[in-house]
Design a protein around this ligand. Structure first.
Ligand SMILES: [Zn+2]
Length: 278
């Protein structure tokens, strides 16, 4: 599932290719993509407008068009944006044409990806305020801020990290990697973490996400770069997907279990289990 680094990878690759271009056509092949809006609501709002900026918030890719019209694209499970895709590309749900003759496709085998609209910056801000917490690669993600967010929370820290309303953009892979880096067990009660552990976790979240961005994201399912190339972060996992293999730090065996409903990997020597399970 694409997380912040995968969306950021798409944004970085696509931004120089689409910024300043005008959208000349848009074809929505699957109306479920933009429900409850009618496809014509999106095409009417966007076609003919220049794309001013490609931005990102959490796992959302934000297309800022002229006159503060925003297309908010979420890739969900298997979505990806392709630039000049091969004509036989499967699972294409939306097609875009640019005024320089290039084309874009949103391909999505599982069809959970979504397209939404916001008109004007206040509407955009309200949209995200209702859905997303702090941006982990932004300036406001300090250890003091994270410490405040974690107080009085009895939820296990893994579930806390996955909650987009607390921290935006962290999914299963990067939560596993960040907790390993911070040497915190995924089932530790969030509110019981000490200040120094929260500080380590803040650095670990940034470290794991930045490593993912630097590697062009992780390609374990359908994620591809806009040019079809796969990301390489799956070759750099410290703990994720390494069950039964030796911990890269201490040599103990990495274990897999379910936490927050997701496949969770940890070294229980480096990340000691809580004494009492929350
Ligand atoms: Zn270890």
């Amino acid at each position: 599932m694409p997380e912040l680094p995968e969306v950021e990878t798409i944004r970085r690759r696509l931004a120089p290719l689409v910024q300043g271009r005008t959208l000349t056509a848009m074809q929505i092949a699957d109306p479920r993509w933009c429900e409850p809006l009618h496809p014509s609501a999106l095409t009417d709002a966007l076609v003919g407008r220049r794309i001013e900026r490609l931005d990102r918030r959490g796992k959302y890719l934000i297309w800022e068009a002229q006159d503060e019209v925003f297309l908010l694209l979420h890739l969900r499970m298997t979505g990806t944006v392709l630039y000049d895709p091969a004509p036989e590309t499967p699972y294409v749900r939306v097609r875009f044409a640019l005024d320089d003759g290039h084309r874009l496709s949103f391909a999505d085998p599982r069809r959970f990806g979504t397209g939404e609209l916001a008109f004007g910056r206040p509407a955009l801000d309200a949209f995200f305020k209702a859905r997303l917490g702090i941006e982990p690669l932004g300036a406001h993600f300090t250890s003091d801020r994270l410490f405040t967010l974690t107080r009085n929370r009895r939820t296990p820290i893994k579930a806390f990290l996955l909650d987009q309303r607390r921290i935006a953009g962290v999914g299963n892979i990067y939560a596993n990697e960040a907790l390993f880096r911070a040497r915190i067990h995924p089932l530790r009660a969030t509110g019981q973490l000490k200040r120094r552990q929260v500080a380590a976790l803040r650095d670990a979240v940034i470290g794991a996400l930045s490593a993912g961005v630097d590697a062009g994201g992780a390609s374990i399912d359908d994620f591809r770069h806009p040019d079809g190339v796969k990301g390489a972060f799956q070759n750099e996992f410290l703990v994720h997907d390494r069950a039964g293999q030796p911990c890269l730090v201490c040599g103990a065996t990495v274990v897999k279990f379910v936490a927050a409903g997701r496949g969770t990997y940890a070294c229980e020597r480096c990340q000691p289990k809580p004494r009492r399970r929350p």
